[in-house]
Design a protein around this ligand. Structure first.
Ligand code: RUB
Length: 261
């Protein structure tokens, strides 16, 4: 069993990644920790743009059983897979960016239902989480085209649906991996529906900090005199999002806010 410090380090260094997986692993680490105060602090600080992690740990602090919460999250995710799969039509071409376990689950569910579709996905520099997506889809027997991020427009132009994950649903839009804002705006201009696939516990009304990661991830040992920036996430504006696919069903952004508010 990993120690608390190991789990925190795995989350920080993306050995464990994706908002819902982070929240579930963190809850288990919190449940196993002797010093709950220390566990709460270290886990909540591990990644600043992960409200599902904060919300889950706060619920555990308030007395909710972490094992019950993990079970609820997993069951809710199955509901999301079913709701999302219903959006995929036969012969659909789906675009996705980065690696979202929720989006992957939806695509696998659609395949299980016998739907024929293909996926275009982008590699997601600097840490290439898009490769995890491409590998998992190929292993599931789903036809997947993999492109560099700068070919995102080419990939999107093939698609009739953009499925994105979420790290933070804010009152203004959805924060997801850097690149998402650009692709969501482009999809919206091209009239390609954009669905955010996410557990509702990723909502936070707070003005969260966007995680800035180490510049060395972008350019290891970069020359002096350059300001290398590495924001992990960005917010796709609500007006570019067709709907939110959550355990509450498929709702418009406004309806989703009203339902959880
Ligand atoms: C992963 C990412 C995912 C969301 C949703 O970023 O942006 O789309 O976390 O994932 P990182 P999920 O690799 O930096 O964690 O649907 O699995 O909750």
């Amino acid at each position: 069993m990993a120690t608390l410090e190991q789990v925190v380090s795995y989350i920080k260094h993306l050995k464990i990644q994706g908002a819902q997986t982070i929240a579930e692993v963190a809850l288990q680490a919190w449940a196993d920790a002797k010093d709950k105060k220390l566990a709460s602090r270290l886990l909540k600080e591990a990644r600043p743009t992960e409200p599902m992690l904060f919300n889950a740990i706060s619920a555990a602090e308030a007395g909710h059983d972490p094992e019950v919460l993990i079970c609820k999250f997993k069951n809710d995710k199955e509901k999301i897979f079913k709701c999302g799969a219903a959006l995929i039509k036969n012969k659909s071409v789906v675009f996705t960016h980065c690696h979202s376990s929720t989006v992957i689950g939806i695509l696998k569910e659609a395949k299980k239902l016998g739907k024929k579709f293909e996926v275009y996905n982008t590699e997601t520099r600097p840490l290439f989480q898009g490769r995890i997506t491409a590998r998992e889809l190929a292993e599931a027997g789903i036809k997947v085209h993999h492109l560099v991020d700068s070919a995102g427009m080419k990939a999107l132009s093939k698609a009739d649906l953009f499925l994105m994950g979420a790290d933070w649903i804010s009152p203004k839009g959805v924060a997801n991996k850097i690149g998402t804002e650009m692709f969501a705006e482009l999809a919206s201009i091209r009239k390609i529906p954009v669905y955010c696939c996410s557990h509702s516990w990723k909502f936070s009304p707070d003005n969260l900090k966007i995680e800035q990661r180490d510049a060395g991830e972008v350019w290891p040992a970069y020359p002096k005199g350059i300001i290398v920036e590495n924001p992990a996430f960005e917010v796709a504006e609500a007006k570019h999002i067709t709907g939110i696919v959550s355990e509450l069903g498929v709702l418009s952004f406004e309806k989703f806010l009203r339902q959880i508010g």
